[in-house]
Design a protein around this ligand. Structure first.
Ligand SMILES: *Cc1c(COP(=O)(O)O)cnc(C)c1O
Length: 409
C-alpha cells in the first residue's frame, strides 16, 4: 500500500485510527470458533489475545452474566460486593497472596501494583524508594506509567516526558540487575514469560536468583501475569513453575473470560500501605465482572482442568515440532509454556498471520517476529488437529509465494 499522506490511510469509520485492523468482523462465536455474518467459520487461536479462557459463548459464563444482569449491575465500591469477597478468597486460597484489588484491565492492575510497591516503602520509612526496575522487551500496558515501565521508545514518542521512576535492565542477566539496584529501587516488575515481547521465557534459575536478590535488598518482586495467568501455562499462575513466589502479582486478560476484569494480588506485608483513600476505582470489581470472574476461576480450578491444559499443550507441542521440521523456511523455533505458544517466523510474521487468515485461522503477532498461538484453554485434540491442518496449508502457501498476504499499514 502506497500512502501519499496520512489522510489516504484514514478509515471510513469515526473511530480513532489507532488500530491496524484486519478486514474482518465477527457476529458470533462458539467454543474455539467465530463466525462472520456471512457464516464463514474461523478457528480462533488468538482468543482475543489470551482472553477467552473458556472459548466463545460458553454457556456457564453466559448464565453467570445474565443471571447477575437480571439482579444488580453496579453499586460502586462504597459498599460491600459479595462477588469480590468470594473471588478474592478463591485467589488467596490458591496463590501466595493475602489481599486482592480488582480493576478493569491489565494496565490498571499494573498501576495498582506500582502504587502498592511504592507505598510499601513509604509506610516503612523509606519514601525515597520509589523506582521500579523492568526488563527490556517488557509490555505492561498503555497508561502513562505502564508505558514508562515497558520502556519501548516507539510507544513513548510524542506523549511528553516519560513518567519518572522506571529503569530498564537487559533480558535475563542477574549481574546487570544487581548493578542496577540503587537505594531508591522499590521493586522489580517482570513477566515470567514476555508475551507481547515475543513469548520469551525467563529461566527458572534466573527468577530464583531474582527472588534472592529481592530478599537481600528489600526490593519487592512484582510479577505481571496479565498474559501468563489464569491457567494459560498449565498452572493457575506461571510463577508456580519456578519454585518461588512474588510479593505482588497482576492478572487480567483471561480472568474475566472476555468480560473486562483485572486484579492486583499482594501479600499482607506488601499491601499494608494501601489503606482507605490511597487507591480506588468506580468500575473495578463490579457485580457483573465478579459474576463472570468467579465462574471462570471455578472452571479453571475444577478437578482436571489444568491437567487437561497441560495434556493439550503437550499434544500441540508435539505436532508443532513436526510442522517446524517440515517447514524450516517458515518457522525455526517453538517457545512458550502450556497454551502460550510462540513460533519464531523466518518470514515476516505479518505475512504469516495474513496467510493463516486466508486459511480461516486467527493467531496473534508478537515482538521478535513471533507468531503467538493463544487458543481457549478448554480446546481438545480436534481443535489442535484443525489448527495444524490450517498452519500446514498456510505455510505451504507461503513457501509457494502464493499467499495473498498483506502487511498492515
Ligand atoms: C496485555 C498486557 C497488559 C495490558 O493489559 P490491558 O488490559 O491491555 O491494559 C499488561 N501486561 C501484560 C503482560 C500484557 O500481556
Amino acid at each position: 500500500m502506497n500512502a501519499p499522506d496520512s489522510n489516504a490511510t484514514k478509515t471510513s469509520t469515526s473511530l480513532y485510527n489507532t488500530f491496524a485492523r484486519a478486514p474482518l468482523e465477527f457476529e458470533r462465536g462458539e467454543g474455539a470458533w467465530v463466525f462472520t455474518r456471512g457464516g464463514d467459520a474461523y478457528l480462533d487461536f488468538s482468543a482475543g489475545i489470551a482472553v477467552n479462557t473458556l472459548g466463545h459463548a460458553n454457556p456457564v459464563l453466559v448464565q453467570a452474566l445474565t443471571e447477575q444482569a437480571g439482579k444488580l449491575w453496579h453499586t460502586s465500591n462504597l459498599f460491600r460486593i459479595p462477588g469480590q469477597e468470594r473471588l478474592a478468597d478463591t485467589l488467596v486460597a490458591n496463590t501466595f497472596a493475602d489481599r486482592v484489588f480488582f480493576a478493569n484491565s491489565g494496565a490498571e492492575a499494573n498501576e495498582a501494583a506500582i502504587k502498592t510497591a511504592r507505598r510499601y516503602h513509604y509506610v516503612n520509612g523509606q519514601p525515597e524508594r520509589f523506582r521500579i526496575l523492568t526488563v527490556e522487551g517488557a509490555f505492561h500496558g498503555r497508561t502513562l506509567a505502564t508505558l514508562a515501565a515497558g520502556g519501548q521508545q516507539k510507544y513513548l514518542d510524542g506523549f511528553g516526558p516519560k513518567a519518572e521512576g522506571f529503569d530498564q535492565v537487559p533480558f535475563g542477566d542477574i549481574e546487570l540487575v544487581k548493578a542496577a539496584v540503587t537505594p531508591e529501587t522499590a521493586a522489580i516488575m517482570i513477566e515470567p514469560i514476555q508475551g507481547e515481547g515475543g513469548v520469551r521465557a525467563f529461566p527458572n534459575a534466573f527468577l530464583r536468583e531474582l527472588r534472592a536478590l529481592c530478599d537481600a535488598t528489600g526490593m519487592l518482586l512484582i510479577m505481571d501475569e496479565v498474559q501468563t495467568g489464569i491457567g494459560r501455562t498449565g498452572k493457575l499462575f506461571a510463577y508456580e513453575w519456578t519454585g518461588i513466589a512474588p510479593d505482588i502479582l497482576t492478572a487480567a486478560k483471561g480472568l474475566g473470560g472476555g468480560f473486562p476484569l483485572g486484579a492486583c494480588l499482594a501479600t499482607e506485608a506488601a499491601a499494608a500501605g494501601m489503606t482507605p483513600g490511597t487507591h480506588g476505582t468506580t468500575f473495578g470489581g463490579n457485580p457483573l465482572a465478579m459474576a463472570v470472574g468467579n465462574a471462570v476461576l471455578d472452571a479453571v480450578l475444577a478437578d482436571g482442568f489444568l491437567e487437561h491444559v497441560r495434556e493439550t499443550a503437550r499434544y500441540l507441542s508435539q505436532r508443532l515440532g513436526a510442522l517446524r521440521d517440515s517447514h524450516p523456511d517458515v518457522i525455526d523455533d517453538i517457545r512458550g509454556e502450556g497454551l502460550l505458544v510462540g513460533l519464531h517466523a523466518v518470514k515476516p510474521v505479518a505475512d504469516v498471520v495474513a496467510a493463516l487468515r486466508d486459511q480461516h485461522m486467527l493467531a496473534a503477532g508478537a515482538g521478535d517476529n513471533v507468531l503467538r498461538l493463544l487458543p481457549p484453554l478448554n480446546i481438545g485434540k480436534a481443535e489442535v488437529d484443525a489448527a495444524i491442518d490450517k498452519l500446514e496449508a498456510a505455510f505451504t502457501a507461503l513457501e509457494a509465494g502464493a499467499a495473498t498476504a498483506q502487511q498492515p499499514a
